[in-house]
Design a protein around this ligand. Structure first.
Ligand code: GTP
Ligand code: MG
Length: 220
């Protein structure tokens, strides 16, 4: 079961406020079990770290402002599905819903880092199928537990670079600001991806118009 939670100021999608259109971004938070997906999400939503979050899958809607612009974040705090051999399975519904991904691992848990690697591959393969350009940010969480670290910062950075993803190491337990940066950076990447897609569509439109004017080149 997925619980849907909407904040008071975020009830209408793409609502017009004055002359400004509200921008929506669907963000899917993925990763292995107990890496801090909910802690990260709740930190962003409430600025607080509660400690225990239970195992409820929720989609939260949250109103925010970036550079004076109203944004509505829809954040899907997922549960790690154990799908036979394949850990960290991502459903088609999730892949179609999302505009951007946050893939979380714990710096103290190498298995969770491996799950993120698998999820990056899964998203990249799906991208070819869906022709989607949803950006990814990889997050190494629990940075406060340095003495238990098993995944180096360098490994995280390398994975992100090789897969063309953003990268942050954070502690949802200790800091709000770095968590805020993760969500805002992802929003920027989503905005860039949308602008790129729009630019491409415009270019294709120009090519189509030119074909209409000058006629298609016959290939037969
Ligand atoms: N020390 C430390 N503990 C954290 C941090 N983030 C989360 N935790 C703890 O890690 C445990 C799991 O956190 P959750 O946020 O529930 O993790 P999750 O990935 O949502 O877990 P599931 O939804 O059950 O898969 C909890 O006991 C949290 O208090 C962190 O940055 N540092
Ligand atoms: Mg959770």
């Amino acid at each position: 079961m997925i619980v849907q939670v909407r904040s008071r100021n975020c009830y209408s999608s793409k609502r017009m406020e004055g002359n400004q259109q509200k921008v929506e971004a669907n963000i899917l938070v993925l990763g292995a079990e107990k890496v801090g997906k909910s802690a990260l999400t709740v930190r962003f939503l409430t600025r607080r770290f509660i400690g225990e979050y239970g195992d409820i899958e929720s989609i939260y809607s949250h109103a925010d402002q970036i550079d004076g612009r109203d944004i509505c974040f829809n954040i899907w705090d997922s549960l790690c599905q154990q799908n036979g051999e394949e850990s960290g399975h991502i459903s088609d519904r999730q892949l179609q819903w999302t505009d951007g991904y946050i893939l979380v691992y714990s710096i103290c848990d190498r298995t969770s880092f491996n799950v993120v690697q698998e999820q990056v591959q899964c998203i990249r393969q799906a991208k070819q199928k869906l022709a989607s350009t949803a950006p990814i940010i990889i997050v190494g969480n629990k940075r406060d537990l340095q003495h238990l670290r098993t995944v180096s910062s360098e490994e995280g950075r390398l994975l992100a670079r090789s897969a063309d993803c953003g990268f942050f190491e954070v502690s949802a337990a200790e800091t709000y600001h770095s968590v805020l940066m993760v969500f805002h950076e992802l929003f920027e990447l989503i905005r860039e991806a949308r602008a790129f897609k729009k630019g491409n569509a415009g270019f294709k439109g120009i090519v189509r118009s030119m074909s209409a004017v000058f006629g298609r080149k016959r290939t037969d």
